[in-house]
Design a protein around this ligand. Structure first.
Ligand SMILES: [Mn+2]
Length: 430
């Protein structure tokens, strides 16, 4: 087994930076105190922040054109767990892993649970996969899964999701996330209503198999692999399906799954209002479902989404408690570095949103002072909360500078020796 990041190395590296961090933290604390904000209260909240890592994200991603395997990438769920543990060692905010079946299927789930327990990791939402055929599969998903015109294909897709719930029970997960590639590539290919009816009928059978303390998250996506229409193309179809199914069904927002320029933070607000916000897949994009690192292009959008989430938290909105997960494709970076960076980026948006003066904002909104409303948000966004993030990591035993420690550890080079490239490894764009 590849060695984890040595705690001694983390402590040694932290010791070099701790003095500077304390100075920066004190300076930020004084600045926030002038705004009647106690920095330690914010840091304590930052310490509670958790975002799940997708098991498939620890491998190098790819595009429709090619995949360039990275050095020492994990070849199975056991090695993906090792990398996930490293990410959490450094970041201290990624204690949950979201698996994808059948990519991560094992014979003995109790052994898998034991391994994750030993690594101090927990399991997040279970992701089912009916967007590809498995070897020897009797009824194809080529023309859809849960909405296929063939009852036999639909039954197979339903059964896979019910199996996923069983795997999840063994791992103590509480959520099933369903994204399907169903849709059409040509106008007229699919009867829109008929296909949606078949989808709902299938989803009702999955919903019926859900334990009472579970949630079913529905993920919408505007295009790909279907390029003319998709069965759950936007949050409208998503919330309709979730409302049709019942209170345990909620909508999941993947930031890359919308049309360009869509106001995602407003969608988030609507879903919160109607108790239908299940969770997030965080990533960033410029053109489409690019699956770039979270906050790498549009950090203000990510902040505005968290402004809605913190607002709901602040108001104690009923039925609010979404799952956060990263869902990215790392094509040219070390996936561990990207996931560490991205988790911190999302955590930064959360912390920045925490320091928004909500009383002032409400006042400006009431007075229709548009400029000061915008300035209130911008003030929080432009306040550099880096010392809070670093202090939260330090207080939990993580690294002040996680990327530097990771590079110094030599983990990747060692993994390269222990894990010869398989060339395979399912790394999807989902
Ligand atoms: Mn996704």
């Amino acid at each position: 087994m590849t060695q984890r990041i040595d705690k001694g190395l983390i402590a040694e590296e932290n010791a070099k930076l701790e003095g500077f961090l304390k100075e920066d933290y004190a300076a930020l604390g004084a600045k926030l105190a002038r705004e009647n904000i106690n920095i330690d209260d914010i840091t304590a909240k930052a310490e509670t922040f958790q975002i799940a890592v997708p098991s498939w994200g620890t491998g190098t991603g790819g595009t429709r054109f090619a995949r360039f395997p990275g050095e020492g990438e994990p070849r199975n769920i056991w090695e993906k767990l090792e990398d996930s543990a490293v990410i959490n060692d450094l970041s201290q905010c990624t204690e949950r892993v979201s698996p994808h079946f059948p990519w991560d299927k094992v014979d003995d789930f109790s052994e898998l649970k034991q391994t994750s327990d030993n690594l101090n990791l927990k399991w997040d939402s279970i992701n089912s996969n009916t967007f590809q055929d498995q070897p020897g599969q009797e009824h194809s998903f080529k023309y859809g899964s849960l909405s296929n015109t063939s009852q036999a294909s639909r039954d197979l897709a339903i059964q896979h999701n019910l199996d996923c719930i069983e795997y999840g029970k063994a791992l103590d997960s509480k959520t099933l996330t369903v994204w399907v590639g169903d849709g059409s590539n040509h106008p007229g290919q699919q009867h829109f209503q008929g296909a949606f009816e078949r989808y709902l009928e299938s989803m009702k059978k999955i919903y019926a198999g859900l334990p009472s303390d579970w949630e079913l998250h529905i993920e919408h996506k505007m295009f790909e692999p279907a390029f003319y229409s998709t069965i759950i193309q936007d949050w409208g179809s998503n919330i309709l399906a979730a409302m049709e199914l019942g209170p345990q069904a909620k909508s999941l927002v993947d930031l890359g799954h919308h049309a360009p320029n869509v106001n995602i933070e407003m969608i988030v607000s609507r879903l919160i209002q109607f108790k239908k916000l299940g969770g997030f897949h965080f990533n960033d994009s410029k053109y489409g479902d690019d699956d770039l690192d979270s906050g790498s292009l549009h950090p203000y959008q990510q902040f505005l989404i968290f402004n809605e989430l913190v607002d709901a938290e602040y108001r104690n909105q009923e039925g609010f408690g979404p799952n956060y997960m990263l869902d990215q494709s790392h094509n040219v970076t070390d996936p561990i570095e990207s996931l560490v960076n991205s988790a911190a980026s999302v955590q930064r948006s959360y912390v920045s949103a925490l320091i928004v003066d909500r009383e002032k904002l409400t006042g400006y909104q009431t007075e229709n002072d548009a400029l000061m409303c915008s300035n209130t948000l911008k003030h929080a966004f432009t306040t550099d909360v880096s010392p809070i993030l670093a202090m939260a990591r330090l207080r939990k035993g993580g690294a002040i500078d996680p990327i530097a420690v990771y590079r110094k550890s030599g983990y990747r080079a060692q993994a390269g020796v222990e894990r010869p490239n398989s060339g395979g490894n399912g790394s999807g764009i989902v």
